[in-house]
Ligand binder design. Structure first.
Ligand code: TLP
Length: 345
């Protein structure tokens, strides 16, 4: 039985077109800067985001870490959302490997950090204090519901950051979902940022890889640190070839994932025992809870859904996150709704 995998958009397998491009990719040694396919992907990424340069990295986590390591010195502090991936889900890399201290600020329900909270968190010049160096935003904000941040909000934070001599990094793992959902260009969303990381291996369906973009100087330093972390890759054009297809063909279609998430949500809302978060979904993620009267918990429901061909992840004991992506078609949407109806009957 073919499984419908809603655990994440990271589960997307490469498309047939990607596999063909990977097989045919022209390659060289990228540590020498000789891989033409990787160079092309990096140029494309920089152009699309409107920045000077870009670097192909193995994962979003490494992209974010490199950015923190370039922007900050040991002992510096970074303002991050208390529900951000960088703070919660990157294995404490900034502290362990960079000696950088996170300063968590409450994420509002719409994924933003309140301007006043940020301002209150910027350290004053004092021999006792760490130096605040960087603000990190996440767009779309995953844990707050896959919610997109607007260009206007991002601009405000950029102004606040630069006025206070800070840099702005955007964890844009799903920045293209944010752009497509708001019908704005990705360039517009990242204009105020000094650096941006985005993932090729989520909704854009590449098998591996993320991009870090910023100024030429920033990327030269990031490239050096990537080597230090063991992320200097050789004939990586094999992977970059898939990344090029992601950027050429997989962005506009993210709208389909959002539409299918809405359709799935409409069906799930009708089922007794499920309560969707207000406004969910904003993009390709549905967050929902089980009502108190449901005897099963999320783990038990996950087990019962498996034989019906649906793979799910629990976000908490009675909470789920369902993620749509290019391998979830209209039939799958209906199958998921039916499966939940059966299990909760
Ligand atoms: N997110 C994964 C899990 O790690 C939770 C997912 O399934 O959503 N930033 C954001 C906002 C992310 O959601 C993720 C991955 C990353 C960074 C890290 O990317 P990778 O997995 O490539 O290191």
């Amino acid at each position: 039985m073919e499984l419908i995998d809603l655990r994440s958009d990271t589960v997307t397998k490469p498309t047939p077109e990607m596999r063909e491009a990977m097989a045919k990719a022209e390659v060289g040694d990228d540590v020498y800067g000789d891989d033409p396919t990787t160079n092309r992907l990096q140029e494309m990424a920089a152009n699309i985001l409107g920045k000077e340069a870009a670097l192909f990295v193995p994962s979003g986590t490494m992209g974010n870490l490199l950015s923190l390591l370039v922007h900050c010195q040991r002992g510096d502090e970074v303002i991050v959302g208390d529900k951000s991936h960088i703070y919660l889900n990157e294995a404490g890399g900034m502290s362990a490997l960079g000696g950088i201290q996170p300063c968590p600020v409450r994420n509002q329900r719409d994924g933003t950090l309140a301007l006043n909270d940020i301002l209150a968190s910027i350290r004053t010049e004092d021999v006792h204090h760490p130096i605040t160096r960087l603000i990190c935003l996440e767009n779309t904000q995953n844990i707050c519901g896959g919610v997109p941040l607007t260009p206007a909000y991002t601009r405000e934070i950029g102004e606040l950051a630069h006025k206070n001599n800070l840099s702005l990094h955007i964890d844009g793992a799903r920045i293209f979902n944010a752009a497509v959902a708001q019908n704005v260009s990705v360039k517009e969303l990242v204009v105020p940022a000094d650096s941006v990381m985005f993932c090729l291996s989520k909704g854009l369906a590449s098998p591996i890889g993320s991009m870090l973009v910023g100024s030429k100087k920033f990327i030269v330093r990031a490239r050096h640190l990537r080597k230090m972390l063991g992320g200097g890759m050789r004939q990586v054009g094999i992977l970059a070839a898939a990344g090029i297809i992601s950027l050429e063909n997989m962005i506009e279609r993210l709208d389909d994932d959002h539409a299918r998430a809405r359709k799935m949500a409409d069906g799930l809302k009708q089922i007794k025992g499920l309560v969707l978060d207000a406004g969910s979904p904003s993009t390709n993620m549905i967050y929902m809870n089980l009502t108190e009267d449901v005897k099963l918990d999320a783990a038990q429901i996950i087990e019962k859904m498996k034989p019906l061909g649906v793979l799910l992840d629990a976000d908490d004991v009675r909470r789920f996150r369902l993620v749509t992506h290019c391998w979830v078609d209209d039939m799958a949407v209906q199958k998921v709704i039916n499966a939940f109806r059966e299990v909760l009957a």
